[in-house]
Design a protein around this ligand. Structure first.
Ligand SMILES: Cc1cc2nc3c(=O)[nH]c(=O)nc-3n(C[C@H](O)[C@H](O)[C@H](O)COP(=O)(O)O)c2cc1C
Length: 172
């Protein structure tokens, strides 16, 4: 089978990671894939911010956990890398553009032997003052919202083959 098709068919979300770090080169490859995603009218109003320091990621988790009443144990599955996909808050295609990029991130991670899962919690709290303070520190402009994050690391679990529930396929 074609390798790209196999990657698409076999990709699954991973929610448990080893402590092994991910190299800068690997992260750059994933970011290149995110940046090559399609965007409405080719506007590319997005930014992809890779945080490669576990402690910094956990500092963000604590702020998000607090903002959402999730408690101090909220840790986004403790990944080695967190890629924050942000976009201009007034960009018409912000969420769909970022979703395209998120899928590229998912697929690139799978192709490179990494686990990845979409983390959605920033969506509702990116402008909470304590959360925004950390995002600003990471280099996100205040004009941008967060429309998806990818928690990435070497997998500590093999996600099970999953039967798709909604088999809504029509060929006329
Ligand atoms: C918009 C969106 C938001 C998601 N948010 C989360 C999340 O916050 N936490 C999580 O563990 N998984 C999240 N996921 C992953 C889905 O739960 C997962 O893709 C789905 O259950 C199908 O499983 P699969 O990715 O293994 O095929 C999200 C996926 C999407 C597309």
């Amino acid at each position: 089978m074609n390798e790209m098709i196999r990657t698409i068919l076999e990709r699954r979300s991973c929610r448990s990671f080893t402590k092994e770090p991910v190299s800068r080169e690997t992260v750059d490859t994933i970011l290149d894939c995110a940046l090559c995603a399609p965007s409405g009218k080719g506007l590319e109003t997005w930014q992809f911010t890779a945080v490669m320091d576990r402690e910094k990621i956990q500092r963000l988790c604590k702020a998000v956990g607090k903002a959402l009443g999730r408690g101090p144990e909220y840790n986004m599955y403790d990944p080695a890398v967190l890629i924050i996909t942000s976009n201009e808050k007034d960009s018409k295609y912000r969420e769909v553009d970022n979703a395209c990029a998120m899928e590229n991130i998912y697929l690139a991670s799978s192709a490179l032997g990494l686990g990845c899962v979409w983390i959605n919690q920033l969506l509702t709290c990116f402008d909470e003052p304590k959360v925004r303070e950390i995002l600003r520190e990471f280099g996100l402009p205040d004009s941008q919202g967060v429309y998806g994050c990818a928690a990435i690391g070497y997998p500590a679990e093999t996600p099970k083959e999953k039967a798709r529930k909604g088999k809504k396929r029509v060929v006329e």
